[in-house]
Design a binder for this molecule. Structure first.
Ligand SMILES: *[C@@H]1O[C@H](CO)[C@@H](O)[C@H](O)[C@H]1NC(C)=O
Ligand SMILES: *[C@@H]1O[C@H](CO)[C@@H](O)[C@H](O)[C@H]1NC(C)=O
Ligand SMILES: *[C@@H]1O[C@H](CO)[C@@H](O)[C@H](O)[C@H]1NC(C)=O
Length: 316
């Protein structure tokens, strides 16, 4: 099986890319990169999308505290429009409003809007495959959970775990695993806090390259996990709209720009390289955010390519 690996990143990172042709992965969440408005629309390539009721399982690999897990669990539970969303006193947009753009993509393809429900969680705190993971091993972990086609698995690795390509060419990616005749989509994201926060937890950490701006306050006070959250949100948007490489994307199939990866670094109005855009600020903590979810939780969600206007659009 031959396929591409990662979308092009800057030359600095490109030379460090480890090419591995063992498994396909799409829509890698790139390291902090400069914002360019894509010139073309994101097209539907007629393949399978993750439509309708989709259950999301989480495979926790390595170190996560209960507080860290609940930031991510609350996010997954906030996506469902009929879920327990909270409209904050500041009247902030909700996570499920952000997810409605994904519903628009589904409807445009004649599908049912994606309705996420949290399913199984597995904890592998003692790292059954070791602390340095190859891409094929991440796929293997995903396969331990995946059983049904309508399931999306998040493989999340803690700050104590290193992974192939992490911090060098990407901060996470989505792909799929195959078991007998069925394919299951998965996402992998790592906690970069001790390894490369400037690359994978921007804008909550100082970037290593590019325009230098002071880091923003992390919405849940956890630079590593709030940084993961941005990458998870972006990759979930990509995984449901392009789960098997023939859904919605722009550009070559081997290096696709997907609904979120087409808009890197854009979180609020007026964003430009190095500036995340106008955001809401929590007066008591100073944290920046743009959406609220279950349990009043605050999140910073990535801009999405709006299918109606063919522009990157943000929730605030
Ligand atoms: C999705 O699940 C809800 C409730 O769990 C159910 O009412 C609905 O019919 C399901 N939709 C589809 C398309 O299966
Ligand atoms: C796109 O347009 C449709 C139909 O007017 C509307 O229902 C939907 O909310 C719009 N989506 C977005 C993301 O603005
Ligand atoms: C992980 O290792 C620790 C320390 O050896 C042990 O106490 C704990 O029970 C292990 N956890 C699991 C799930 O096996």
């Amino acid at each position: 099986m031959v396929s591409f690996q990662f979308p092009k990143t800057s030359c600095i990172f490109l030379v460090l890319v480890l090419l591995s042709f063992a498994n396909k992965s799409y829509g890698a969440r790139k390291l902090f990169s400069l914002y360019q408005t894509p010139s073309l629309a994101i097209e539907y390539h007629k393949g399978v999308l993750l439509q309708g009721n989709i259950s999301v399982s989480i495979y926790w690999y390595g170190k996560f505290t209960p507080a860290q897990k609940s930031i991510i669990v609350d996010f997954v539970q906030s996506l469902n429009p009929s879920g327990k969303n909270v409209i904050s006193s500041q009247n902030a947009p909700t996570v499920s409003q952000w997810w409605q753009t994904i519903g628009t993509y589904m409807k445009k393809a004649g599908k049912i809007p994606t309705n996420i429900a949290l399913s199984t969680q597995i904890s592998d705190e003692n790292c059954s495959l070791g602390k340095i993971l190859k891409k094929a091993q991440i796929t293997r972990l995903a396969r331990r959970v995946n059983s049904k086609p309508n399931e999306l698995t998040l493989v999340l690795t803690g700050e104590d775990v290193a992974a192939e390509g992490f911090c060098m060419s990407n901060c996470g990616y989505h792909g799929w695993s195959k078991k007998l005749n069925s394919r299951s989509a998965f996402i992998w994201v790592g906690n970069s806090v001790t390894q490369c926060p400037g690359q994978c937890a921007w804008p909550f950490a100082q970037p290593i390259y590019g325009p230098q701006t002071p880091p923003l306050g992390a919405p849940n006070g956890d630079v590593g996990v709030d940084g993961m959250m941005v990458n998870i949100a972006s990759l979930m948007a990509g995984a449901v709209t392009n789960p098997f490489g023939n859904g919605y994307f722009q550009g070559p199939a081997g290096a696709p720009l997907e609904v979120a990866s087409a808009c890197p670094g854009v979180y609020g109005k007026g964003a430009y390289p190095g500036y995340a855009g106008e955001l809401l600020v929590d007066k008591s903590t100073g944290a920046s955010y743009n959406a609220v979810g279950t349990n009043g939780r605050k999140y910073l969600l990535p801009g999405l390519f709006d299918p109606n206007t063919s522009q990157c659009s943000t929730i605030v």
